[in-house]
Design a protein around this ligand. Sequence first.
Ligand SMILES: Cc1cc2nc3c(=O)[nH]c(=O)nc-3n(C[C@H](O)[C@H](O)[C@H](O)COP(=O)(O)OP(=O)(O)OC[C@H]3O[C@@H](n4cnc5c(N)ncnc54)[C@H](O)[C@@H]3O)c2cc1C
Length: 447
Amino acid sequence: MNRRNFLGLLTASGLGLLTLPIISHADDDGKKGGAPVLFPVPTNTGLNGNIVVVGGGMAGATVAKYLRLWGGTGVNVTLVEQSPSYISNIMSNTVLTGQRDLSSLVYGYDTLASHYGVHRITDEVTAIHAGQKQVSLANGGSLAYDRLVLAPGLQFDLLPGMTSLDEYDTRIPHAWKAGPQTQLLHDQLVNMADGEDVVLSIPLAPYRCPPGPYERACVIADWLKSHKPNSKIIVLDANPDIIVEKENFLHAFTVTHAGVVDYRPGSTITHVNSANLGIDYVRGGIAQHIYAGVINAIPPQRAPQLLADAGLLNSPNGRFAAVNVLSYESTAQVGIHVIGDASHTTQPKAGHIGNQQGKTCADAILRLLGGQQPDPAPVTNSACYTPITATTATWLSAVYQFDPMTGAMTIPSQHNNGNAIAASAATTGNYKDMLIWFNTLMGDTFS
Ligand SMILES: Cc1cc2nc3c(=O)[nH]c(=O)nc-3n(C[C@H](O)[C@H](O)[C@H](O)COP(=O)(O)OP(=O)(O)OC[C@H]3O[C@@H](n4cnc5c(N)ncnc54)[C@H](O)[C@@H]3O)c2cc1C
């Protein structure tokens, strides 16, 4: 199937960038389902170029795959990812409660390499030389590119009182990048004495996965009820209120998990002591101090230093890379595209959106290689499923369309008056749909 057929198929879907049809199902325990459909890479389509992609997460793996699938064999794609495999953040909250193993969230790069012909390098990119169109690698050497796509995710700030990022790895895990910290937080919860409290802190928006911290509070509360019935979870939210799916989370905090979630909006952390697990914070102008049995400190986030060093962090708050959302090309540097959580757009920092940005970016690069302009009217969509208990979930979904007046991706007014749509209640049906959605998204990204 060539790119034109492909784009026709996608346009026929009504939402040009929906994930592709995947033959996949979730088992009852949510483990991986059937095999995805593997479309062939076309031979040379007349498009030729060298594209280097940095980061093989949700955004980077998608752009690498679709550059080859739509561009054909003349488009050389090199994917530089520092880890041998990827661990999904999505669903990682259920590792905390023992419903899943971390190993069930590991995705490899074999199919991208063997089926799509993506050239895979396990290494870290340490510097970007925009003038020479090259990147340096930690293990020595450099790679030249015609266009560079940066999809490196995020880095995490220290909280006040901390002196080293090691404190997250050993004492107060944020577990906001799935991996050893997820396992550590699970183990800390298991080993916590019944009657001690968990403290979860939420940074000011924007941060990765807007509903994620509230979801985490719910699944931990649900687990505490059956494993530590005398404990509760205190949520210190730096934001003045629940920032997304307010009705659903308020219901979860005050009805489903009443008495187990103690939600404290408008809480600004002033000091964290990772040795004695003490936290100072200010709320309503009043200084407070609490001790925790477990601290899950989700810190403020920003695009990695690599991008700062290259002068790419030109968003209004200076933490992320501003981009032209028709192509995801940086507004600071030509020939460099930034997708996923590291970019600054009006869309949420989410894996589903990273996948969609990867496809928009791949299509734009291929059009540019062919001497055309990017699609002037891209559409993206996002779904976020949220477990509220071990068997029920809610969801939030939105469609974004390019608005030529503002140059931003916005939810069109004909879609729920310009607002995201949320599930009206947490149900077991939503939980089952969540597992299908997750397997389909991951299959579309890595297979
Ligand atoms: C608990 C939790 C739950 C979530 N739930 C959802 C959900 O339900 N739905 C949803 O859509 N999203 C969800 N998310 C958000 C989602 O995981 C992120 O938005 C998404 O992973 C961002 O994709 P990305 O490609 O930008 O970054 P990542 O997925 O983090 O990938 C970045 C990759 O770049 C690599 N890298 C970084 N720097 C370099 C370098 N210099 N050289 C080489 N490689 C490098 C990293 O190793 C990493 O593999 C959740 C997140 C969390 C924490």
